[in-house]
Every structure is written in structure tokens, then in C-alpha cells.
Design a protein around this ligand. Structure first.
Ligand code: FES
Length: 711
């Protein structure tokens, strides 16, 4: 057995429960897997990150989306090509890399065909994430016969990856509760309704012109679902980026990383660099630190990070450098990522020579935004099937907004189906708009003047929809002026009793409590801390930072508590000189040496960046065709195969559109590729009702290099 040195054995937030272990085989080598994990996670846990080699140029292939969207992770398991990120590993499974194209399995004779079942429901919800579950709860209450189809092995969508406490309002969307726990609450509520059925491990494949939705149930049974109304709550897929080395194993989406780390408890990296300063990138970097992974830096092309400032500040305080107005030039390495090179950019977004920096790392996370998974919605509209969308499939926003809008959609659908659910309160729409809103302007931090008694310091200086601190204060000392929860919270009056509840609940870890009552010269400061208890002890000397991540000094830890109300966070009290006490916002967890750049600079080569990952088509190839006058993406596809691969153009379409823009082609001149069902690859046999594993295995060997997958 090989050692499983890449597993997370303890985590400050996530329970690490013992699971039965068993053997499987990778290239004939026996390895250990844990019950319930995917092939991809089992391989990562055994240190394998290269899953095959591309048929076109032999380039190494590895995981990219970990969400069934890209097919980069395809391996051959027990003779069949499968997406390793979506397929559970089984005891004794023999897994081989996909080197070149898959080969048809040996099959003799005609498999047994079954008639295709049609299931009629009032409402079909595609996607069991925050929006879909919230809608299902309202539909459940209204007595609507509802079916949720989700391609994962448990409900919750991206919520199950979120270890942090949620923003928003306590009343509207569980603010102050961790995403993983919200997933459990929503699932428990949905399961109470007998009229709501759930198909897990089941993938919606397409909407057809007869207004039926094709679903691959349990991974092997094709079913047609005929809904009266469709709700598309399919979430989002991550945007990609072109740069040299962008397809090296070790470059992948932030969501993929969170799946490996937070769902599967695999330490997917040792040293990580993050590209993109939106909430997704900032949160992924924080999750990496929680899992014991070094984060060597984060770069953002804009002059300021687009995510919440409290997320950015939190990261800076932990010791992660944030490079704004910087872009990635290259991921470097022969077979997988060994380093990353970034550079500062000018106002025309061009790299400034001489500003290049290279960091040693084994993983580069791409977190440059999300695109709605909306193809089901558009096809349903085209074919006249009544359809609604909610969550990221409708508009990219926080999960708190997705939950609230899911409730609204649920009620709208119930009404459309003739249920008497009353009017949707007008303030719900207003709340939805607030929860969707982008972060507001940053104001100067308001540090209290006084140095006596006990009071909270709110290191929160940007208007975002968030109010748990105001809800939790028993003295009602923290208030937001007016009705809008995007206002900045303020400490008012003098009634603080030092209960520390505001410190514990703040999702941004942006509240400290300063207590001068025992020793005015050396007050104590309570700091929230979400790292394993073994990383901090009473008596330790720790480096404390201000809000923006500047070092204030070294201070002693005088106590550590884990009260129930802090929900797995620790409340660390330090004793600090009065000159710095009020400005302390956090404890550094990563030493500066971790994030030092290397002295060598890796030069950039243009035009060999990959646009179409499936067919390995470069920027240079696409650009040459655009310069030759092509304006129809279908023609570009026909010539280069860009967009013709297994993912169905999900990744490259936007990148090709970007090259058009770079070349100055007006959008009205461009003809986009035609989107055709299916939207997810599937073995052709399922359409005939032949389950894959039932196919008899005795046919003469068929021609090599033939895909057995539809699309
Ligand atoms: S990494 Fe598995 S489908 Fe994208």
C-alpha cells in the first residue's frame, strides 16, 4: 500500500470522520481509497496529479473543474473512460491513465434494450444547491409535486464546500452560520416534504423540443422527465484564462480546489498561488490556509480586489501577500506546475517589463469569475417549456442571495401552478436586491478613541449586506443606521458587557474586543481564530496585525476558549500594550519567508497558450483565423476543432470571444457557435435503455481511437 500522505487528518471546522479504506489499482500499483470518494480524490490522496496525456500533443492532463464540466480528468476505470471527478472509486477498481483517445470496450452482441420511462412532475428542479433547495422548500409547503435532480452524491451544491460563516441577514438567509451547516439545514427541511422527490447522482442531459428533459438517473438509467414547469438552479461554472502553461496539471479552478480540500479532505497542494481577487479566490486561499497549505500569494488585475474587503483583509492579516494590478504571465513546469510568474500591469493592462516575479508553488488556482450554467434555461425557453432560473444560473451573486431568490422562485412557480400561496411580500424583492448587491465604497476605518472599559472594535469599513453582529449583541450596542443591512455597523452607547458574541459571529472575522478593565496599560484583545487548536497555545508569543495586514508587534496569548456560540472558532485573548491594542485585528499564521519570490524570472512566450483545452487549440491558431477574416465561430470550430471537444465549448467559447475583442472585431460581426444538446457527455447506449455495465463483454475488438461517448 502506498502512503496516503496527502490526506487532511485534522481540520479546524470540518469533522474528519474515520471511513472504511480499501484498495484500488492505478497502473497496476495498489493504492488506498476511502469509502465515498471519487477516483480523482483517491488519486490526489495518493500523490497522483497527472491522469493521462492528450491525444493531440501528448500534453499531461489533470483535474480542472472537479465538477463534471470539462472532461480533463478522464481516466479509464475497469475498461471504461469516466470522468474521475464524478465517479466514485470502488474496491479493486483498476484505473489507468487516458493516454490518447479511449478505446471501445470489447462488447459482443447487442445489449439488452429497455423502454425509456417517462416521469411526469409538476416542477422539475435541476440543481440541489442553495437556490434549488430553497425553492423546493416553498414548493414542498405548497404541495407541488416536485423533483430535484442533482449530479452530486449529496445535496447542497457549493454550500457543502463552504467552511466560513455566511454574510447577509440572520432572518433572511442564515447569516453567521457556516455554509456546510446551511446545506444540512436545507436538506433536512426538503426531506420533510413527501411531495418533493430527490434524485442524487443523476445528471440532466438536455431539454428537448417535446419539452421533456433527459436525465441520466443514478449514473446509468436514462429517464425522460416531463415537467409542467422547469426551474434551472444549475449554478455556475468557472471562467478560464489563457496564459503560458495554463493547462499544466496543477492549474485548476478555485471551486475544484475547494471540492478536493473541503469535501474530500485531500491536501491538494503544498504551495498555492491564487489568480483572482473576487470572493471565490479570497475564500479559496483562506480555506487552503485552514487545511495547512501554504499560500504564497494572490494576484488581481484590477487596482483593488473585487471581493469583500473583510475577506481580503483577513487573508492579508494571515500573512498572504496580495498583488493588485498584477497578472499571471505563466505557470511553469515540465510535466506539472513548479512555479508561477506574475507581473504588474499598466493602465492598458499590459505587463510592465522588469516587474516580473516568480514564486515556487505546485498549484495555481484560477478564480477569475463565474459564468451562469444557463444552457438548459435557454433551450427550455426556445422550446416553449415554462421555465424559471434562480441562483447563479440566473445571475452570479452570493449564495445568500441564491437562497433568498430560490424562495421567491418557489412561490412564483407554486402560484403559476395554481396554488394559493398568497402574494409575495414586496419587501422580499427588495431584500433580494440587497443580498445581490456588489460591495460598496470603502470608508476610513473608525477606531474608537477611548482607552477604558470594554468595547468591540469593528474592523469593517466597506458597505456589504451583512448584519449578524447587530442581531447577536444582547445589549443592542451594535447598530446599523436605517433599514438597509448594507450600512456599516457601529458600536453605540457604553453598555458593552464583554460577552464576545459579536467577535464570534462576524463572518469576516472583523471584530475584536478590547478590555482595559483589569490592566489599562496592557489590555486584553479577543481575536477570532479559525485554525487547528494545536497551532496556538496559552503562553505563545504571536505576531499581531492591523486590519490591512501590517505588523503591529509580538504579544503573548493569555487564554484560548472555544465557547459553543463561537461554532468551532477559537477566541484567543492576547495581552497587548495600549498603544497597539485597539488596532489589532488578527494573528499572523504564515511566516513572510513562505511568500518570498524566487530570484530567477521565467520569461513569457506568446501565442502558445491553450484556448480549447479539450482539443488543445492555441491562441495563435485562433488569432490567425480571425486576422484572416473569419467571423463565424462555427467556421473556426470546423477548422481547428475549438469547441468540438468533450466539454462542448463550455470553457473556450468565452476565451475565443475575448480574442475577437482583442482583435477589435465588433460583437455584431461575430456569429457564435450553435449550442446543441446534449450538454453533458453520456454513453450512447443509455438512450436505448442499455445500462453501461449490463453490456455483454465479448465482441471482436473494434477500431481503436473511437470515442464511445455521445457529443
Ligand atoms: S475535472 Fe472532472 S470534469 Fe472537469
Amino acid at each position: 500500500m502506498s502512503s496516503n500522505g496527502f490526506r487532511i487528518l485534522s481540520h479546524p471546522i470540518l469533522p474528519v470522520k474515520p471511513r472504511p479504506a480499501f484498495s484500488f489499482f492505478w497502473q497496476g500499483q495498489e493504492m488506498t481509497a476511502l469509502e465515498g470518494e471519487t477516483i480523482a480524490s483517491a488519486l490526489f490522496a495518493n500523490g497522483v496529479r497527472i491522469f493521462g496525456h492528450h491525444h493531440k500533443d501528448g500534453a499531461p492532463q489533470g483535474i480542472f473543474c472537479a465538477n463534471g464540466q470539462c472532461a480533463q480528468c478522464t481516466v479509464v476505470a475497469d475498461g471504461l473512460p469516466v470522468k474521475s471527478c464524478m465517479t466514485l472509486v470502488r474496491p479493486g477498481m483498476r484505473v489507468e491513465p487516458l493516454d490518447g483517445k479511449p478505446v471501445l470496450p470489447d462488447v459482443r452482441g447487442v445489449p439488452q434494450m429497455r423502454p425509456i420511462e417517462t416521469v411526469e412532475v409538476e416542477c422539475l428542479i435541476i440543481g440541489g444547491g442553495p437556490a434549488g433547495l430553497s425553492a423546493a422548500i416553498e414548493l414542498g409547503k405548497a404541495g407541488v409535486r416536485t423533483l430535484i435532480v442533482d449530479d452530486k452524491h449529496r445535496l447542497g451544491g457549493k454550500l457543502v464546500l463552504q467552511t466560513h460563516k455566511f454574510f447577509g441577514s440572520v432572518d433572511a438567509c442564515y447569516a453567521g452560520t457556516r455554509g456546510i451547516d446551511i446545506a444540512t439545514k436545507l436538506e433536512e427541511e426538503v426531506r420533510q416534504y413527501e411531495n418533493v422527490q430527490v434524485w442524487l447522482n443523476s445528471t440532466a442531459l438536455a431539454v428537448f423540443s417535446d419539452r421533456k428533459v433527459g436525465v441520466l438517473r443514478d449514473g446509468n438509467r436514462y429517464v425522460l422527465v416531463q415537467p409542467h414547469v422547469l426551474l434551472v438552479a444549475t449554478g455556475a461554472r468557472e471562467k478560464s484564462l489563457v496564459f503560458r502553461g495554463n493547462t499544466l496539471p496543477g492549474v485548476y479552478g478555485a471551486g475544484a480546489f475547494q471540492t478536493l480540500v473541503n469535501r474530500d479532505l485531500v491536501r491538494a497542494a503544498r504551495r498555492l498561488f491564487v489568480v483572482g481577487g473576487g470572493n471565490v479566490g479570497l475564500i479559496a486561499a483562506y480555506h487552503a490556509l485552514q487545511a495547512g497549505i501554504q499560500v504564497v500569494g494572490l494576484c488581481e488585475a484590477l487596482p483593488e480586489c473585487g471581493g469583500y474587503k473583510v475577506h481580503k483583509d483577513k487573508l492579508a492579516r494571515m500573512g498572504v501577500p496580495i498583488y493588485t494590478s498584477h497578472t499571471i504571465l505563466s505557470a511553469n513546469g515540465e510535466r506539472e506546475v513548479e512555479s508561477v510568474t506574475i507581473a504588474q500591469i499598466d493602465e492598458r493592462w499590459q505587463p510592465i517589463p522588469g516587474t516580473e516575479k516568480t514564486f515556487a508553488c505546485d498549484t495555481v488556482l484560477i478564480a477569475v469569475g463565474l459564468d451562469p450554467v444557463d444552457e438548459f434555461y435557454h433551450k427550455a425557453k426556445e422550446f416553449g417549456l415554462p421555465v424559471y432560473a434562480a441562483g447563479d444560473a440566473e445571475e452570479i451573486a452570493e449564495a445568500s442571495a441564491a437562497m433568498f431568490i430560490g424562495r421567491i422562485r418557489g412561490l412564483e412557480i407554486a402560484r403559476a401552478l395554481g396554488r394559493d400561496v398568497g402574494e409575495i411580500p414586496p419587501e422580499w424583492h427588495r431584500t433580494a436586491e440587497v443580498l445581490k448587491s456588489r460591495p460598496g465604497a470603502v470608508v476610513r476605518e473608525d477606531i474608537p478613541e477611548k482607552e477604558e472599559g470594554v468595547f468591540p472594535v469593528l474592523h469593517c469599513s466597506q458597505e456589504i449586506p451583512c448584519n449578524p453582529c447587530t442581531s447577536v449583541c444582547p445589549q443592542k450596542c451594535i447598530v446599523i443606521e436605517g433599514e438597509d443591512i448594507r450600512g456599516l455597523p457601529e458600536y453605540v452607547g457604553d453598555e458593552c458587557i464583554g460577552c464576545e458574541q459579536c467577535v464570534a459571529i462576524c463572518p469576516g472575522l472583523a471584530i475584536t474586543l478590547v478590555d482595559y478593565r483589569k490592566d489599562p496599560e496592557y489590555p486584553t484583545v479577543t481575536i477570532p481564530y479559525e485554525f487547528p487548536p494545536e497551532t496556538i497555545h496559552q503562553g505563545d508569543v504571536v505576531t499581531v496585525m492591523d486590519t490591512e495586514g501590517n505588523v503591529l508587534g509580538n504579544v503573548e496569548v493569555v487564554s484560548i476558549r472555544a465557547p459553543k456560540f463561537a461554532d468551532r472558532a477559537l477566541l484567543v485573548r492576547v495581552r497587548a500594550p495600549r498603544e497597539i491594542a485597539r488596532r489589532i485585528a488578527g494573528i499572523r499564521v504564515q511566516e513572510p519567508a513562505v511568500a518570498e519570490p524566487e530570484t530567477r524570472y521565467v520569461s513569457r512566450m506568446l501565442e502558445d497558450e491553450i484556448v480549447c483545452r479539450c482539443e488543445r487549440v492555441t491562441v495563435g491558431e485562433i488569432r490567425a483565423l480571425i486576422r484572416a477574416g473569419l467571423r463565424d465561430m462555427n467556421h473556426i470550430k470546423g477548422i481547428t476543432r475549438a469547441g468540438m471537444g468533450a466539454c462542448g465549448g463550455k470553457t473556450c467559447t468565452n476565451l475565443i470571444l475575448r480574442i475577437f475583442r482583442e482583435e477589435g472585431v465588433p460583437p455584431e460581426e461575430i456569429t457564435e457557435s450553435v449550442r446543441r444538446p446534449l450538454f453533458v457527455e453520456v454513453p450512447l447506449g443509455v438512450f436505448a435503455g442499455a445500462a453501461a455495465e449490463e453490456a455483454p463483454a465479448e465482441v471482436p475488438p473494434t477500431r481503436k481511437d473511437v470515442h464511445r461517448w455521445g457529443m
